[in-house]
Write a protein that binds this ligand. Structure first.
Ligand SMILES: Nc1nc2c(ncn2[C@@H]2O[C@H](COP(=O)(O)OP(=O)(O)O)[C@@H](O)[C@H]2O)c(=O)[nH]1
Ligand SMILES: [Mg+2]
Length: 374
């Protein structure tokens, strides 16, 4: 018994404690109290470990928001053991967890994306839909702002049982965030969310990434002078299924109408983003809740039309394969750059190339050879 106690108390000492040299330390390490048998801790349920894959899956299907959030944390995790558990959960769920409409909302910072998302969500909730709001922000370190906007405004949604809000994971590569967002979408759909709203800041690359994850893609812009039209990349407009000129209120109303006219002319020559769907430009005011029902209506028309034409299903399948390829690419990149031999050679090759002593083509060949030799 005493022998047991001794060993047990040794266990509670930190690793760095030097044997029989107690005076050296200003801190005395004592064993903590696990359970006094009294007080508030007594009735607390025994701390269980992480739920099993089955418990996760069953809980998510019953819309247990805590388990849903924890599962998302697992798939977002960079730790291989967490991520592999996340993957097991996804495997159990299967490739097609339920009918949903995935809507991507993009646009420059401050255009009113979050405000519009909130209004769309409130409208859909009142119709009995279940809404998940996710943020894809590959540039959170650049833009700094909170992507879901003013927290107090979101409070209207936070209280809703049928609404789940998940802000963007901070940091990470675009590829990483994209991969995780796809998994997050699947988890939300398993929990019964039938409309997924994805907000992304328009910074170039992110629109392309989000377009590959959603069914319907909306670009939010503001009333502006004709010059601004030049600044909006043609490519971004080409990705959109709908363009909304937001903030059409107060003194801006007239300008919004004019901007709408300009964009309508500009999109005339663009390729459709979705085969068989003609994009349009509308005006809206999220603050005055005008035009929001029109956005919802157009999204539903889009869903019906693309269901009928088969485009909806076809795009989903293409996106699934695209996801597969991007996972392979992520893997290869990781494998290459974490390879010890490659890492050892990298600096030397870099120096030779920077000093003009080696051709980039030879540098690449050398690195690739060292990868395969290792
Ligand atoms: N006047 C006006 N302001 C708006 C409207 N929608 C959003 N805003 C304001 O624009 C600012 C940025 O909105 P936010 O939704 O956070 O933009 P985001 O960065 O695109 O998500 C906030 O101060 C909003 O209150 C609108 O329809 N009209
Ligand atoms: Mg926002």
């Amino acid at each position: 018994m005493t022998e047991d106690k001794k060993r047990e108390s040794d266990f509670y000492l930190p690793e760095w404690v030097i044997d029989k040299n107690e005076d050296t330390f200003a801190t005395i390490v004592k064993r903590g109290v696990m359970d006094s048998g009294k007080g508030p801790f007594k009735n607390r349920p025994e701390k269980k470990g992480e739920p099993s894959v089955e418990e996760f899956t069953a809980g998510i299907k019953e819309n247990n928001k805590t388990l849903l959030a924890r599962a998302i944390t697992l798939v977002e995790s960079n730790s291989p053991s967490h991520y592999s558990k996340g993957r097991e959960i996804l495997k159990k769920i299967g490739p097609d967890p339920g009918r949903s409409l995935r809507i991507g909302i993009t646009g420059p910072p401050g255009a009113g994306k979050s405000t519009i998302i909130e209004e769309i969500a409130l409208e859909l909730l009142s119709e009995g839909h279940k809404i998940a709001i996710l943020a894809v922000d590959p540039s959170s370190t650049l833009t700094g702002g909170s992507i879901l906007g003013d927290k107090t405004r979101m409070e209207r949604l936070v209280r809703e049982d049928n609404c789940f809000i998940r802000p963007s994971p901070s940091g990470g590569t675009l590829g990483g965030v994209t991969r995780k967002s796809r998994e997050t979408i699947l988890l939300c759909e398993t929990a019964g969310y039938d409309v997924i709203l994805l907000e992304t800041v328009g910074v170039g690359q992110s629109e392309v990434a989000v377009r590959l994850m959603v069914d319907f893609f909306v670009l939010i812009l503001n009333p502006g002078s004709g010059d601004e039209l030049q600044g909006i990349k043609r490519g971004v407009m080409e990705l959109a299924d709908l363009i909304v000129v937001n903030k059409a209120d107060g003194n801006n109303l007239k300008r919004a109408e004019m901007t709408k006219g300009e964009y309508s002319r500009a999109i005339h020559y663009l390729q459709p983003s979705t085969e068989g769907w003609k994009r349009e430009v509308i005006i809206a005011s999220a603050i005055e809740n005008r035009g929001i029902n029109r956005i919802v209506e157009i999204a539903k028309n889009f869903q019906n039309n693309t269901y009928k034409s088969g485009m909806f299903e076809r795009r989903r399948r293409d996106q699934a394969f695209n996801w597969t390829i991007s996972l392979v690419e992520d893997f290869l990149k990781d494998s290459f750059y974490s390879n010890k031999v490659v890492r050892a050679r990298l600096e030397d090759v870099r120096r030779k190339i920077v000093d003009g002593k080696m051709l980039p083509t030879d540098g690449a060949e050398e690195l690739i050879k060292s990868y395969f030799k290792s």
